[in-house]
Design a protein around this ligand. Structure first.
Ligand code: HDE
Length: 691
């Protein structure tokens, strides 16, 4: 006995029967991949009603088989990502320097797809570890895809592609124990970098607040390597790409980032989703740093060394356009997971430099995509396909989606006059660079040998607060390192970068005896500091794109709540109503205010500032509630402005918070909002010990 429709069976299949009914009347027909209509999507085909499942059930087998193959290998690095569609518009033509239309045609909308990522963690890891952020942009230009595959840090850990697998093995979870996930704070990473002084400059950046961003909407992007622009006369100019968020650059403090990990695993992805879905589209300005070979020759470092940057005080940034992210993908897997970036994708007019890291990348990305996406036809997946005409003689292979017509799949040919041909005039041409006189060899250029000067420049360019954060981050990370030699090896490098930094970190670690500096610090080049490398001074005094939480409960004064909401909205910021119960609360005039989040489930780490309007009775009650105490203690500890009514002060008191100039009465809205646009850095020394 077998059943094909649940309605024939016993009562447990009744629900399936209802669904079945619905499907046939209001929804399109459910089919197999072969287009065969499915009659029952609830029950597999059994023998004798309660007997074994039959092999014959091709519907079950197809469904389960497809499911079994749903995952593809995750990216070896940058596995966790968030993708968004957008548009780039050029505002200044670089015609003098390049033939690439994307950099010469002003005012034309160029579709783009951006993928942000963390580097070390797996696809299911959290959004807010201390980590570099990938920032890859695919421009679907008229002349083919241009992939600018950058990071939110302008330099890299290593100088030569040969070391990339070692770096990644050192930073990823340790192979015997399978942890830690998404963290540099472990022995193998610090062991590796302590033995690779070329990584020290980037280590300084990763220990800065850049690696704990407030939002993906508030990070900068850098192409890192020097590229070339090639003009009509085949002349070359070097270029470095930078892009800056119009919302300003902003980071969290470390304790906040750590707490965000438990508050919301998807904090950054959700933040981007909410912004794009609500029409608050983030915008970045694209800049170029252009320089000639002669200028490059004058620099006291080698621009082909990817561990070095060129400060904008030395070669200025020129704004050439902007891009907006304004459309969330329809399907995470099809777009964000399958998008395949490759730094080798450049249109005619853009070319590569001899940076040995870039040269290695030109190979690696295509190679990894062949294994991730299963074969050579991944460029036909809609997210990867160019949006301009394309034609060639590449044929067949796994998952070929095209059905090319005709006999001719080769060149030269005379049989098909319409078959594609190369063109010297429009085609991609490489810059005709001389090979030099040097013999071939596995060598590291002498000009790449200085590993300390720019690390020092970066550290000394920071404000006092940022220097303290870096020193504390180093103490935190090295305290997780169990091998004492590794800790002292790192301190011996820090002593060279900046003796004071080395001493601070050694003191924070309780390290004795003090190790000797790893090199003669007198020989380090004292480069002029670059204030443009700071974050805190460059935070915009704006609340735009930020979010303020308002805590309410039954009886909260309706006028105060409405006034707060209006004032926040007038600053283009958003607000979240938080209440002890997610259903909401009845305000003082009897109106019901729905809550967006529950107090215990929405820690204040998720917001830029907090306001609270409560009755005395509620204040008294919540002053005994750990979630409420933590909410305010953390907001205070994370240096945020707090608008606290009289009743809320009872909670502050029980949380051990002594109100300071960053704690306001709810009526003092303008002062509160002004303080909310920044952090109260002066409070920091009172709430935590920094190295
Ligand atoms: Fe990558 N990198 N990388 N990388 N990288 C990958 O490509 C690699 C480097 C960057 O959102 C992989 O498709 C080598 C620098 C981003 O999909 C892989 C070297 C910079 C992304 C790979 C580098 C980056 C990747 C993993 C040294 C900043 C994510 C999966 C020679 C300028 C792109 C994949 C996305 C991804 C290799 C160094 C940025 C394995 C061999 C420097 C943003 O191919």
């Amino acid at each position: 006995m077998s059943r094909t429709t649940p309605s024939n069976g016993p009562s447990i299949t009744g629900k399936g029967g209802e669904l079945q009914q619905q499907a046939s009347t209001t929804h399109p027909q459910l089919t197999t991949q072969q287009g065969i209509a499915v009659s029952d999507n609830q029950n597999s085909l059994h023998a004798y009603g309660r007997g074994p499942t039959l092999l014959e059930d091709f519907i079950l087998r197809e469904k389960i088989t497809h499911f079994d193959h749903e995952r593809i290998p995750e990216r070896i690095v940058h596995a966790r990502g968030t993708g968004v569609h957008g548009r780039f518009v050029l505002s200044k033509s670089l015609k003098k320097f390049t033939t690439a239309k994307v950099l010469t045609e002003k005012g034309v909308d160029v579709p783009i797809f951006v993928r942000f990522s963390t580097v070390a963690g797996g696809a299911g890891s959290v959004d807010t570890p201390r980590d570099v952020r990938g920032f890859a942009i695919k421009f679907y230009t008229k002349e083919g895809n241009w992939d600018l595959v950058g990071n939110n840090i302008p330099v890299f850990f290593i100088q030569d592609a040969m070391k990339f697998p070692d770096l990644v093995h050192a930073v990823k979870m340790e192979p015997d124990r399978g942890f830690p996930q998404a963290a540099t704070a472990h022995d193998t990473f610090w062991d590796f970098v302590s033995l690779m002084p070329e990584s020290l400059h980037m280590v300084m950046w990763t220990m800065s607040d850049r690696t704990i961003p407030r939002s993906l909407r508030m990070i900068e992007g850098f192409g890192v390597h020097s590229f070339r622009l090639i003009n009509e006369r085949s002349e070359s100019t070097f270029v470095k790409f930078h892009w800056r968020p119009q919302l300003g650059i902003q980071s969290t403090v470390w304790d906040e980032a750590a707490k965000l990990q438990s508050a919301d695993n998807d904090f950054h992805r959700r933040d981007m989703f909410d912004a794009v879905q609500s029409g608050r589209f983030p915008v970045w300005d694209l800049y170029v740093q252009l320089f000639t070979q002669e200028q490059a020759d004058q620099l006291p470092y080698d621009h082909l060394d990817p561990t070095k940057l060129i400060p904008e005080e030395v070669i200025p940034l020129d704004k050439i356009g902007s891009f907006i992210l304004d459309r969330w993908p329809d399907n995470f897997f099809a777009e964000t997971e399958q998008v395949a970036f490759c730094p080798a994708n450049v249109p005619p007019g853009i070319d590569f430099s001899n940076d040995p890291l870039l040269q290695g990348r030109l190979f690696s990305y295509l190679d990894t995509q062949l294994s991730r996406l299963g074969g050579p036809n991944f460029s036909q997946i809609p997210i990867n396909a160019p949006k301009c005409p394309f034609a060639n003689f590449q044929r067949d292979g796994h998952m070929q989606m095209q059905q090319p017509k005709g006999r001719v799949a080769y060149e030269p040919s005379s049989l098909d006059p319409a078959s594609p041909r190369a063109s010297m005039e429009h085609g991609f041409r490489s810059f005709a660079e001389g090979a030099g006189d040097d013999a071939k060899g596995r060598v590291r250029p002498e000009s790449f040998a200085d590993h300390y000067s720019q690390a020092r420049m970066f550290y000394r360019s920071q404000s006092e607060v940022e220097q303290a954060h870096m020193a504390s981050a180093l103490v935190f990370e090295l305290s997780k390192v169990q091998t004492e030699n590794v800790r002292s090896a790192m301190v011996s490098h820090l002593l060279v970068i900046d003796p004071d930094l080395g001493k601070r970190v050694a003191a924070g670690l309780g390290l004795e005896p003090m190790p000797k500096p790893a090199a003669d610090e007198q020989r380090v080049n004292d480069l002029a500091p670059s204030p443009a490398l700071r974050i805190i001074d460059r935070m915009l005094p704006t609340l735009e794109g930020r979010c303020i939480a308002i805590l309410v409960d039954d009886g909260s004064n309706v006028q105060s709540v409405v006034a707060l909401v209006k004032a926040i909205e007038s600053q283009n910021a958003s607000f979240t109503i938080v209440a002890p119960k997610v259903g909401g609360a009845k305000l003082s005039d009897g109106t019901f205010c729905k809550a967006d989040a529950q107090l215990a489930g929405a820690p204040s780490a998720q917001f830029d500032a907090v306001a609270s309007v409560l009755t005395m009775a509620v204040g008294e009650r919540l002053s005994h509630d750990a979630a409420a105490q933590d909410w305010f203690r953390d907001a205070f500890g994370h240096l945020k402005a707090i608008a606290a009514c009289k009743a809320t002060r009872l909670i502050l008191q029980s949380a051990g918070v002594e109100p300071d100039e960053g704690v306001f009465a709810p009526e003092d809205i303008q002062a509160f909002l002004k303080a909310a646009a920044t952090r109260l850095w002066s409070r920091e020394s009172k709430v935590r010990t920094l190295a």
